[in-house]
Design a protein around this ligand. Sequence first.
Ligand code: HEM
Length: 405
Amino acid sequence: MTSVPDVDANLLSAFLDSSEERDPYALYDMVRDLTPLRVPGMDTVLIGKYDDTMAALRHPGLVKRDPARRDADKPGWRDQPGSAEFYQSILWQNPPDHTRLRKLLNRAFTPRRVQALRPAIEQRVEDLYRAMADRGTVDLYADLAAQLPMAVIGDLVGVPDADQPDLRALVMDFLLVIDPLQPLEAVQRAERASIRLREYFADLVTLRRASPRDDLASDLIAVRDGDAGRLSEEELVRTVFILFAAGFETTANLLGNGCVALLQHPDQAALLRDDPSLAAQATEEVLRFDAPLQFVSRVTDGAVSLGTSVIPAESSVVLMLGAANRDPLVFEGPHRLQLTRKPSGIAAFGMGPHYCLGAGLARLEGEVVFGSLLRRFPGIELTAVPHRRLTFNMNGFTTVPVSIS
Ligand code: HEM
């Protein structure tokens, strides 16, 4: 067993560089084999090999920085509304609270409920295509990738269509709360957005309690009102809010990244156009090739052995999903987009007890879009270089300009 060496200072500053030209995948290639690596002075350890990442996600000694741990490590976080909302949600819980919340959500979020959304998703996609069809040039991010997930998660949770545009802007602002690279002004915007969103979802819960519908908010209210010990009122509102936020930008990035990957690889696009039955595995390959979420984090609960290394107690651990997805020991020619690859065990949705709750829904949206877009618009092509949205762990585009005529 060996201790964890320090990351080279030049490599570290390359990681923290937030310019659009930065190529994270080239950086991962430089560090992957060297990980685990410690960031000096920060008690943070980076992990990028596929096997280590997957083992870490399943390791009982690597846990979430839950509210009690955060109180000890980062006091004051509860005073900021955005942080309080985000870091008390299911995303940051350990057992027993995580197990209790996850069980309730698994019951409301069944594969059957997700599959039942397919016709509605197909209809939504068709409506978006129709709105694009006569325009000649469109922005695939704004006009498709960002529209569909909001509409779908809105249908699932129970958010009316008319409220969605405002909520979308608020959610995009709110998500900056988790980004350590944002300036103060953006953080303040995120805090304001979280207050508005909290109020919105509290009102939605009141509305659905008065007149329930066939949606997740109504289901969770029924759970709460049936047995108050299982879900507090605060958890109920926060869960509806966080589901809505978690399901939005990640899926928009899956769709945006996938469109860009396909349009930049015309041979692969042609394969899919000729055989739309490849859509499900194309979605998987796109998730591997350009993961919407590049990092997740844990803390060590005592010293943890991982592979041949020992990670010290009290460490923050950053698991580089994007690096694991391009590990050449697992994925042959990892920098090639190859729709026939059938990649199994991709890291994009995590693994273990926190495995993404919405993976089935996101995959379904990818399948519907990637299976139809290239047939619906056979002449589609990029008209300019798409712009990336620069945040710490979210990986996606802000604009994907295409011609569809
Ligand atoms: C392509 C789209 C998506 C990606 C790439 C993605 C990615 C992830 C990842 C990597 C995790 C694990 C976090 C960790 O281990 O720390 C996660 C968890 C989670 N995701 Fe997703 N997600 C996506 C879509 C969705 C959708 C559509 C929803 C909701 C409708 C959702 C809800 C959640 C929730 C609630 C968790 C926390 C699960 C837990 O801790 O038990 N995600 N997601």
